[in-house]
Design a binder for this molecule. Structure first.
Ligand code: B16
Ligand code: MG
Length: 215
């Protein structure tokens, strides 16, 4: 095992469960367009960018639209989503996150956020998580979506660490690929059958201990 100097966390699905708010907003949009959007369909949107999510949703509904109309719909969905996350509270931080962050900090490990979301700041503020992170890379700072390694490479740079000294925590397959593409080790959060490429898979941060980072 090499030295660990930083841990970079994905947001949705790792630190908070914002997927349920994305789902409410996407479902509302689908219903308005005249079709249903199941929770199973929503699984495909996890870790995927806003415009790619809309593309998948329109495919489910069998609807073809101009880019201009797509931008209007993405904006509409985002306004609903912002209403939901605007009411989030610190109680919505997923179990084990704060105690793991505390343990990492006590070992001098830097913490970074690597999320595809353009709404990451609002979520971090609402849940009182902002102060934990030494660097925040979100969808406003990146050009390329996961599995491109950009988000995590920018994180390593902002934390002044080498990729080989970073461990990424991710719940999406594309995110795990992004971490590996960045030359980082990766802990998958979720189902080992889906996240098999990760160096270690756990059900949630509540299962994490510093000693487990011997990847
Ligand atoms: P926004 P993560 C991702 O967050 C979500 O998992 C994904 O469902 C969403 O479409 C994406 O952020 C973009 O979010 O519309 O707020 O910019 O898992 O990368 O933290
Ligand atoms: Mg995620």
């Amino acid at each position: 095992m090499g030295t660990i100097r930083a841990c970079i966390f994905d947001l949705d699905g790792v630190v908070v469960d914002t997927a349920k708010y994305h789902y409410l907003a996407w479902k509302r949009l689908a219903n308005e367009l005249g079709f249903d959007f199941s929770e199973e369909h929503n699984e495909k949107l996890k870790g995927v960018s806003r415009m790619e999510s809309l593309r998948i949703l329109l495919e489910v509904g069998g609807i073809a639209l101009s880019m201009q109309d797509q931008l209007v719909l993405a904006d509409k969905k985002n306004n609903w989503y912002k209403e939901y996350i605007g009411k989030m509270t610190p109680e919505e931080v997923l179990p084990g996150a704060i105690s793991f962050f505390t343990e990492l900090k006590s070992h001098g490990i830097k913490l970074g956020l690597g999320s595809a979301s353009k709404n990451a700041s609002t979520i971090l503020e609402r849940t009182n998580l902002m102060e934990w992170f030494d660097a925040i890379i979100d969808g406003n700072k990146t050009q390329k979506a996961k599995p491109d390694p950009e988000v995590f490479l920018l994180g390593a740079k902002a934390l002044d660490t080498k990729p080989s000294e970073c461990i990424v925590f991710e719940d999406a397959e594309a995110g795990i690929e992004a971490a590996l593409n960045a030359g980082m080790r990766c802990v998958g959060i979720g189902d080992p059958r889906i996240l098999g490429k990760a160096n270690l898979v756990v059900a949630g941060l509540h299962e994490m201990k510093f000693e487990k980072l011997t990847l």
